[in-house]
Design a protein around this ligand. Structure first.
Ligand SMILES: [Zn+2]
Length: 237
């Protein structure tokens, strides 16, 4: 008695049956959302300028907005790979356009933007880091099989940390967001790869609102002699 109901409930937990981008039922990630996210990246002009080109898969609306929220706030880990595939596609396009290194054969190093430690824990790990790792996995599989669109290795270096004292930035003005993160991004120097100097460094984040976190991250990297090539985000507000 009750087993059937329990079984159905368990299945619902295991298989959320909504597209993470548009809530269409019967699929986790629909073809239309995949196509929309594979559209060419757009350049942003954030209010707080990090001093390097800033690119997004697109604006913070529709499937981009919904998938980021589903992943971050509702723990939809199954969205990591579709978002990773979209980011990998954007990197390949930016490489073709000459926005990434221009013929550099050294690795592309993805540096996940820092997140507040408590926020990352409460969401079950850092989703941006997981996206970066899925980009690297996709690249490895492509290299093994048919050769990749990118033609150079991907590395993931999660070296940026947000130090204590940073508030949730929701509701803060651009100026307050700058003050909030100013001096609060640090580097885990033990995790810095010796080859980072030759590589193209891509600061990766899910959403860019004012650019305050990106600017502070680029600054923290540059203080250690690491020059960021571009900032790339899933969605730009
Ligand atoms: Zn969809």
């Amino acid at each position: 008695m009750g087993d059937k109901k329990f079984g159905a409930g368990l299945l619902d937990l295991l298989l959320p049956r909504e597209c993470g981008g548009c809530a269409r039922t019967g699929t986790l990630w629909c073809r239309e959302c995949a196509e929309l996210l594979s559209d060419h990246p757009v350049q942003l002009s954030p209010r707080v300028d990090p001093g390097v080109p800033v690119w997004a898969l697109g604006r913070y609306d529709g499937p981009r907005r919904r998938s980021v929220i589903e992943m971050k706030e509702r723990g939809r880990r199954d969205l990591t790979m579709p978002l990773g595939i979209a980011v990998a596609g954007a990197l390949a396009m930016l490489e073709r356009w000459g926005e990434l290194g221009g013929g550099n054969r050294a690795p592309i190093v993805l540096v996940p933007a820092p997140t507040r430690a408590r926020a990352a824990r409460s969401r079950g790990g850092d989703p941006v880091r997981r996206i970066a790792e899925s980009v690297r996995e996709k690249q490895r599989v492509e290299e093994r099989e048919a050769g990749s669109a990118l033609g150079r290795p991907i590395q993931v270096c999660p070296i940026l940390r947000m130090t204590r004292g940073v508030r949730d930035s929701v509701g803060l003005s651009a100026a307050d967001r700058v003050t909030n993160v100013n001096g609060h991004v640090s580097l885990d120097t033990t995790a810095i790869s010796s080859r980072m100097g030759d590589s193209d460094i891509v600061l990766l984040d899910d959403v860019l609102t004012t650019g305050a976190t990106a600017a502070e991250s680029v600054r923290a990297l540059s203080l250690r002699g690491i020059r960021t090539t571009i900032v790339l985000v899933v969605a730009g507000a």
